[in-house]
Design a protein around this ligand. Structure first.
Ligand SMILES: CCC[C@H](NC(=O)CCC(=O)O)C(=O)O
Ligand SMILES: NC(=O)OP(=O)(O)O
Length: 318
């Protein structure tokens, strides 16, 4: 594995889930695999779960781990080529990525979208440049269009918690006070679409009109604007806000009816959210604090997802 950027980097999904279960059952089974190897975690945006779980995953494998918040600790980055750097940018991504690649054997990178320039965001300009110049394997810690470590942990959670062979999984839009990226829903849809094609789940997406995600991620998936219909008898409901893709980066609807509460859920339905969550805006506290919430199990599985990815990359390095 030379990069972990999307589900396309996973040749065998069922095998990858099984490996994550084994890692979870035996977290220190390969505690020397990463000996004398360095993991560099570079954040251009805030993080709690991704930072702590990926750092711990590297340590569990015996790696040395360095973490950097570029915005606060690094130089102001220039990401465009052909720019005369006589303004506020101090260092070009070409130099910064190449230097980071010299110090690290594996690099994790978080870089959210601008939500202004859809072309630049959806071609993953920044991420691709970083991967080109750092010249070592790169793990996405959330890019402009995807969050693969989150989605891997989400699918692991569903596989562990399912009570039926082929659970009904629903991705529902939820209200928010800000315009958020499409990366988490894109990625969840991409992984669940693959899982549906492999007969693992039945998958539905529900959102208000205008919040259609890029077909790159939703091709072939049932999409409905009727949330109540969609969540009926669902085994898992994945709650997330996202801003417009067509009206890029825009808040189109703020219909509070789309915030789930327990009255609207079947008793057996489990609720998931990647966190951080805006309580009683995106999702009712009564659900988050109740027996139907899987958000902590999901967050715990971020460690096993990251450790499985790092293990796979390290095995290819050895
Ligand atoms: C893992 C999720 C990261 C990010 N979430 C936010 O930016 C939330 C920000 C807020 O609620 O103010 C997102 O939606 O992509
Ligand atoms: N879910 C997730 O990636 O959380 P952080 O943004 O806190 O890392």
């Amino acid at each position: 594995m030379k990069k972990f950027f999307s589900v396309k980097d996973v040749p065998d999904l069922r095998k990858f889930i099984s490996e994550a279960k084994n890692v979870k059952a035996n977290p220190f089974g390969q505690e020397n695999l990463g000996k004398h190897k360095t993991l560099g975690l570079i954040f251009l945006n805030p993080s709690l779960r991704t930072r702590l779980s990926t750092q711990k995953a590297g340590l569990n494998l015996g790696m040395q781990v360095m973490v950097m918040n570029m915005g606060q600790e690094g130089w102001a980055l220039e990401t465009k080529d052909g720019v005369v750097m006589d303004g506020t940018s101090v260092e070009h991504i070409r130099e910064a990525a190449a230097v980071i690649g010299q110090y690290c054997d594996i690099v994790g990178l978080r870089s959210f979208p601008s939500l202004k320039d859809r072309e630049a965001d959806y071609t993953e300009e920044l991420f691709n440049k970083f991967m080109e110049f750092c010249k070592v394997p790169v793990v996405s810690l959330e890019s402009a269009t995807r969050h693969p470590l989150q989605s891997f942990a989400d699918l692991l959670t569903i596989e562990e918690e399912k009570k039926v062979e082929k659970p009904k999984v629903v991705l529902t839009w939820a209200p928010h006070v800000k315009a958020l990226p499409q990366a988490v829903p894109n990625s969840f849809a991409e992984w669940m679409n693959r899982a549906q094609k492999e007969g693992m789940i039945d998958f539905i997406i529900t959102h208000p009109k205008g919040y259609e995600l890029s077909e790159e991620f939703t091709e072939g998936v049932t999409i409905t604007h009727n949330q109540s219909e969609a969540i009926k008898d669902a085994d898992f409901v994945y709650v997330k806000n996202w801003s417009g893709f067509q009206e890029y980066g825009k808040i189109i609807a703020t219909d509070e009816e789309w915030m789930l509460n327990s009255k609207r859920l079947s008793n057996h339905t489990k609720v998931m959210h990647c966190l951080p969550v805006r309580r009683d805006v995106e999702l009712a506290s009564e659900i988050l604090d109740g027996p139907q919430s899987l958000v902590q199990t999901e967050a715990g599985n971020r460690l096993w997802a990251a450790q499985t990815v790092l293990k796979t990359i390290l095995e290819d390095l050895s």
